[in-house]
Design a protein around this ligand. Sequence first.
Ligand SMILES: NC(=O)c1ccc[n+]([C@@H]2O[C@H](COP(=O)([O-])OP(=O)(O)OC[C@H]3O[C@@H](n4cnc5c(N)ncnc54)[C@H](O)[C@@H]3O)[C@@H](O)[C@H]2O)c1
Ligand SMILES: [Zn+2]
Length: 446
Amino acid sequence: MAAPASFSIHSPLRSSLRIPRGRNCSPPGASSISLLPRGLRSSSLGRIGFSCSSSDQILTRVAASSAPVMDPTKGEVALKVPTVVDVDLGDRSYPIYIGSGLLDAPDLLQRHVAGKRVLVVTNTTIAPLYLDRVVEALTRGNSHVSVESVILPDGEKYKDMGTLMKIFDKAIESRMDRRCTFVALGGGVIGDMCGFAAATYVRGVNFIQIPTTLMAQVDSSVGGKTGINHPLAKNMIGAFYQPQCVLIDTDTLNTLPDRELASGIAEVIKYGLIRDAKFFEWQERNMEALLARDSSALAYAIKRSCENKAEVVSLDEKESGLRATLNLGHTFGHAIESGFGYGQWLHGEAVAAGTVMAIDMSYRLGWIDRSIVERVHNILQQAKLPTAPPEMMTVELFKSAMAVDKKVADGLLRLILLKGPLGSCVFTGDYDRKALDETLLDFCKS
Ligand SMILES: NC(=O)c1ccc[n+]([C@@H]2O[C@H](COP(=O)([O-])OP(=O)(O)OC[C@H]3O[C@@H](n4cnc5c(N)ncnc54)[C@H](O)[C@@H]3O)[C@@H](O)[C@H]2O)c1
Ligand SMILES: [Zn+2]
């Protein structure tokens, strides 16, 4: 297949948040903002703590978070009701609910459950922390639903065919039929595996994502890429399969290890760099709050990331071009992950170093200012993320891994590079090879 022509992206963010009809409590200037999910019944409002008067404050805060000139970390009130970001994919559209305490909001989950049988897929780390609450949320006031769970071993190395089979084993043993719902409770590994199981079990069943890592909340749970690894290649077997909803309880991040949190921040930074300069500037001002797990800073970062991803996915679901830009730093990053050995560095750590390399190359090509290079270094250092590949990486290791990258077309490696002002990027194979060689030589000892 011929490589598509390269193209550049610099699109202003289109907010997909809405004000629900009849409940417009927004202050002046808070247009296109909603805190309520589509169709949220009034009976459920009390349970998730919504009230019009307190929402005025909250709305102001959310409005602030949607208007990048204002700083949402300055206020006192944390988000306690869900923000909704829509992923607009025609009849496969779905909401992403974001907020604190959402695991205790049964209506949100139950409205998206099809049939009477639910299979929760999780792992040995997350089950003791959150499984009971999810089962309770699925069943409270809803006795005709029965919930089974399958608890998988934890780790990227189990994102394989053998572990996938355990999901099918449990589903078949439990007599799950076509009208059942699979619920992914965990990070990206669980989300990708459960999604792929849902895509293929009896040729497709309902699927709900409850992501519990920042990486999964800002990236992997949104957009419908599901799959497992092959021993020879990561994420090589999979399907595009969209969930019925994504439910993000920001409180789950309280138990996440620091290193995992920083790994997710690498993807947040990515959105700013490729398409949302104002968001990047906000991150520069609020990195400390994010690392300190300030709940409103995290909620804002997740919302803005999901908005960016939702917009890209709705324009290019199957990655014919635009969606590839979400892979800034990933070609170098994947080379680090495979060269260094999976699991040595977390995905976000490898992406951070890869981003620095992509930006170095963009600068060598004369496509960006020096100031952008410096700002990227600074923000990654602030986030305690690596700014160079591990010392064992060689030019040869990079080149051999990059040769099998999914973005190679007709032998040509296409890369996501920054070009122009902050927030603009290109996905292209049309660059001077010398710049790539120089970047590799500069970052590798041999
Ligand atoms: N589908 C996509 O579009 C997409 C995008 C990005 C990444 N991914 C995939 O996602 C995976 C990486 O995801 P990840 O970074 O979430 O890793 P992960 O799923 O391995 O989770 C990281 C670790 O955190 C633990 N954990 C999860 N939530 C926790 C919580 N709330 N408290 C305490 N511990 C918790 C997990 O058990 C695990 O040990 C990779 O397989 C990658 O390929 C997919
Ligand atoms: Zn990534």
